[in-house]
Write a protein that binds this ligand. Structure first.
Ligand SMILES: Cc1cc2nc3c(=O)[nH]c(=O)nc-3n(C[C@H](O)[C@H](O)[C@H](O)COP(=O)(O)OP(=O)(O)OC[C@H]3O[C@@H](n4cnc5c(N)ncnc54)[C@H](O)[C@@H]3O)c2cc1C
Length: 379
């Protein structure tokens, strides 16, 4: 798809090659910008979880011509079923049609999505340097002087911080912002083969823990389970992850029960405390701008963090292309994104709080459905 060129800048450095950073790299390179991308991790890999791709996220990936990639290498399913924790089917989740399409949702394994994004980045000849971060950013004469952690230096018309929740770019250039805050819940995840009875997404309510299962391919799913966060001095070790996950699933039926009964110590299992924060504006400082979890970190309750990061990347490129100068483009980007990201972050935190308070299935389901309907509006 031909896209308007950006004339106000010629070069951009993207710090953080995750979901938002790769989307920004693709969006800017397609509009004629010379893009360089760096990532802290030398092997530029992601861990083995699955990720839920909502209809809204699919729409964003359609803008990057990656919808078919996800369909081919992940799973696109229509809608999600809601069960009582014991396995009784309650109803279908009220998910909206996005842009008049069927309500589609799906999932993919994170390493598979990462590989697909890397292929797109390479196909656009974007320079990638790994094992690297920035140690100094200095706005000067309509550009940014950058010092990298290996001592090298560079100068760019724009620097994008897409380096996630603990953003180093945010620490360097946005003193009015702070670290995302813990919400009091933690997320357990396991990647495993598809239970034979599962066809599409499933959610389990009515238990003190909330569970969801997302199909990520022909024979792959991941299950997430939300619990109150337990303060500890050390991370769970592998044996604890296995035994605690199995115990947390006690009493669950249907596919969730199948996963409990068939999980082994070889399956990928992970625990993460949840944190969120919508950072106050301004989201740009001179020619340095933030996107993704660095500036709108959310919890997974609406499975929308990735979609928001991709949308922000697309909007940033669109607004830079429309504006007469970079500063106006960066302001327009923030104006267009702030309220939508506020809704997601605040709604996600509210759903988590309702779960911690023991909210009824209908209340929680209604909160999720309501937010997903608002999100289906054009971005
Ligand atoms: C438990 C959990 C489950 C989730 N489930 C879902 C889901 O199902 N669906 C969904 O849409 N969202 C989900 N999310 C949210 C989603 O993962 C994030 O919103 C999304 O990854 C944000 O993209 P990002 O580009 O900002 O960050 P990331 O994708 O995390 O990428 C950040 C990149 O920056 C790099 N980096 C970090 N620090 C530096 C540095 N100092 N210098 C250079 N590079 C650096 C990292 O190596 C990484 O490559 C979930 C989040 C959590 C915590």
């Amino acid at each position: 798809m031909a896209e308007d060129r950006i004339s106000s800048i010629a070069s951009a450095l993207i710090v953080g090659g995750g979901i938002g950073g790769t989307a920004a790299a693709i969006s800017l390179a397609r509009r004629g910008i010379k893009v360089e991308l760096i990532d802290l991790y030398p092997d530029w890999r992601v861990y083995g979880a699955g990720i839920t791709i909502t209809g809204v996220t699919l729409r964003a990936y359609r803008h990057l011509d990656m919808w078919q990639d996800i369909a081919n290498h992940g799973a696109i399913t229509n809608g999600s079923s809601v069960f009582l924790f014991s396995g009784q089917h309650l109803r279908e989740l009220d998910e909206p049609a996005v842009d008049g399409e069927e309500p589609a949702t799906g999932g993919i394994m994170r390493p598979v999505l990462h590989e697909l994004r890397q292929q797109r980045v390479r196909a656009l000849d974007i320079a990638v340097r790994l094992g690297l971060t920035v140690t100094s950013l200095n706005n000067r004469d309509n550009g940014v002087d950058v010092v990298f952690s290996d001592g090298s230096e560079g100068r760019y018309d724009l620097v994008i911080g897409s380096d996630s929740v603990h953003s180093g770019v945010r620490d360097l250039a946005f003193p009015h912002m702070s670290e995302p805050e813990r919400t009091g819940q933690g997320c357990w995840r396991i990647s495993i083969e598809k239970p034979p009875m599962l066809e599409k997404g499933e959610m389990y309510f009515g238990h003190k823990y909330t569970v969801g299962i997302t199909r990520c391919g022909e024979d792959a799913v991941y299950l997430w389970l939300l619990t109150p966060h337990e303060r500890r001095d050390k991370h769970f070790d592998e044996e604890e992850l296995y035994t605690r996950m199995k115990a947390n699933l006690e009493g669950f039926g249907n596919s969730a029960g199948w996963i409990r009964d068939n999980m082994t110590r070889d399956h990928w299992i992970n625990y993460r405390p949840l944190a969120a924060k919508l950072q106050p504006g301004p989201w740009s400082n001179g020619r340095i701008v933030l996107l993704g979890d660095a500036v709108h970190a959310t919890t997974p309750h609406l499975a929308s963090g990735a979609g928001m990061a991709v949308e922000s990347a697309i909007v940033l490129a669109e607004e830079l292309a429309k504006a007469d100068n970079a500063e106006a483009g960066l302001k327009a980007y923030e104006d267009r994104r702030f309220e939508r990201c506020r809704d997601i972050v605040e709604s996600s935190i509210a759903i988590g709080a309702a779960q911690l308070a023991g909210g009824a299935p209908d209340q929680i389901g209604g909160m999720i459905g309501g937010a997903l309907h608002r999100l289906a509006a054009p971005f």
